[in-house]
Every structure is written in C-alpha cells, then in structure tokens.
Design a protein around this ligand. Sequence first.
Ligand code: MTE
Ligand code: MO
Length: 393
Amino acid sequence: MKLAAPPRPRRIPQEDDFTSWLRSPAVTARIGVWLGVTFGLAFVTGVISHWAQTPAPWLPFPTSPSWGYRVTQGVHVISGTAAVPLLLVKLWTVFPKLVARPPKSLGALLAHGLERISIGVLVASAIFQLASGLANSAQWYPWHFHFRATHYAVAWIAIGSLLVHIAVKLPIVRAAFAADVDDTAQDRPGMAAGPGVLTRRGLLRTTWTAAGVAVLATAGATVPWLRHVSVLAVRSGTGPGGVPINHTAAERGVVSSATSAAYRLVVAYDGRETSYTLAELRAMPQATASLPIACVEGWSAGATWTGVPVRDLLARAGAPARSQVIVRSLQSSGGERYSYLAPNFTEDPRTLLALRLHGEPLSLDHGFPCRLIAPDRPGVLQTKWVGRLEVTR
Ligand SMILES: Nc1nc2c(c(=O)[nH]1)N[C@H]1C(S)=C(S)[C@@H](COP(=O)(O)O)O[C@H]1N2
Ligand SMILES: [Mo]
C-alpha cells in the first residue's frame, strides 16, 4: 500500500496571484467616486438627522420646510443602501493589496504601514456604518450599543479617514480619469493584458445596475409612486389612512390606558396641572395641517392631521409663548415614550396634538386618543398616546 503524500503546506496568496484584468485602478477609481458621493450624502444627511434629534438652544432645528426631514432622511437611507454594492465591488477590486508584500526600506515600510492603518480604519468604519444602518432601517437590532450615538460617532471616523484616503489617492484618481477605463498604465505588472469573461465596462455597468436596483428597492418607502417597484420597502402604505404603523398600541402596552374612560390629557405648568377629557379636547378650536411622518428608518408618508395646536394648550395653562415642553406618552416602558418640543416647535401653529388623521378619529395604533405631530421632525419624536404636556421652561 502506498502512503498518501503529506499535504502541501498552504501558501498565503500573494498580490501576483490575482491576475484579473478587472482589478485595476481604472475600475476602482470610477467606483470610488460614486462611493464618495454616496458616503458624502449619507454623512451630511446623517449630521442633519442627529441635529434634529439633539437640537441645542443656540442651534434650534428649523420647523420649515415641513418636508425637510422627510427628504434628508430619505436621501440618507437611499444613499447608504446604494453604497452597499459599490463598496463590495470596490473592495473586490483592491483585494490583492491586502496581501501585497511590504516594502524593504524602512522609510517606505513606515509609509506603507501608516497607509495600511488608515485604510483599515476606513474599511472597518465603512462596513460598520453600512451594516448597522441597514440593520436599523430593517428594524433589526442584533447589538447592545446605542444605535444613534454609535452610528454618529463612527460616521466622523469614516468621513475623516475617507478624506485622508481621497487626498492620498487623488493622483491615481486623476490619472485614471484622464485615461480610458481599458488603459493599463496603472495596472500591476502581473495582471492579465486583456479582458476575460467580463469587460471593465461590463463590470461597471453591472455595478451601477446593482446600485440602481438597491435605490429603487428602498426609495419606495419615501417616494409614493415608486412603491410598486420597491420590493424591499415592505412597510410603506400599510395601516389606517395609508400611514404605516411603527409600534402598535399592543406592543407598547397602552391599549387599556389609551381606551380608558378615565383618560385625561394633563398640562403641567409652574406646579399647576390642568386636565382635559377627550370630549373637551374635541370641543376646542381645531387646526388642520398636512405633515409627513418621516421615520429615521427612511420610510415616510404624508397625511392630513386635525387637532389642537400645542401653543393653544400652553396659552390656556397660562404658560408663556415659546415655552419648552416635554411630551409624555401613556406608555410606561420601552422606547419613544417622550419627546422634547423646543420653543420654535411649540410656537409653530402646525405643531398639533392630533385627534384625527385624514378627517377620521385617530386609530389606536396611530396614537389614539391624541398624538403629537409637528413639522420637519423625525418620526421617533412624534409621540403617540400623549398623556402629559410638561412645560419645563
Ligand atoms: N409613545 C410612542 N410614540 C411613538 C412611538 C412609540 O413607540 N411610542 N414610535 C415612534 C416612531 S419610531 C415613529 S416612526 C412614529 C410612527 O408613527 P405611526 O406609527 O403613526 O406611523 O411614531 C413615533 N411615536
Ligand atoms: Mo421611527
């Protein structure tokens, strides 16, 4: 009997082993520009979203245009989704660099090491942002950290390392765009001299198509006429009045308190409390406003709301105009139980405690007996099942 040959030691692949004609700076640079555009858009709109959720007294978030947050957050989620196929293809084109042999001279080695570290930070933060953002927009929270704070902090790391990366690669990008995509001047020596099954133009077209499909598949959550093609935007247009339901009354444990005959809206100001029954709220002068619900997850829906302007309730309580208010839900546990109304929001006549949606009494899941609805505001801050308004200053 013959003995089996001992297994050959596995060799770590080297840069030269990757000979594909497609893994060229000419391709990488072209995808990189669009990746830069999507990350830039996601960063700017992400900073806006963070600001909307943490406004400072010296930097209030505007209440106009009422659709502002709807647009910026839609752009945020759409550009993040489009970035996914771009990042995957780009990483594939530069993968051989991961196993490139380090240079011999000390100076070059140092520069190489520094570049490696910055690229490592960029790739890790970019993957983290897209993965955590995508999971969040799918309402999947497989982690234990605070999503918004973490996503925001890592955004600065990602954009910072992206700017360094762009500065370092600018000469290569310039050269790539000055020449045809099939130009080989910048290719690695060991690379194939011509296309295999797929041409470079073919790969780019496929990549743009994948990004386009990702956009169409998510944009329907915010763009009404795209709804039919958006297979991934499953949560749009369901729920009473065509407005999706984010968290139901049952999920939030408010069914009995919200439907109780003992329900009162309490307005607290300066140690005094005034309370109103639902019938009393209905008997007050009503205002109607067309305002979207625009969830941080990217979906949004326009609707017509009718109810009592918050500023009228404050005036009845004797509170000064432009007070700051905490809006508290009947909900006693879980997220989104309260939100702050900054002075410019309490002052805006479109900031309502809504009793009706499209003329119909609010459904239990949309916040019955009354919910907050205010212009240019993230969905998470549109508190449902409101039980208390507290003037804080
Ligand atoms: N009390 C309370 N209010 C809430 C929530 C909640 O879970 N509890 N969810 C918020 C979120 S995340 C969004 S997007 C909107 C959705 O409102 P809708 O379900 O009427 O569309 O309500 C907000 N108000
Ligand atoms: Mo939301």
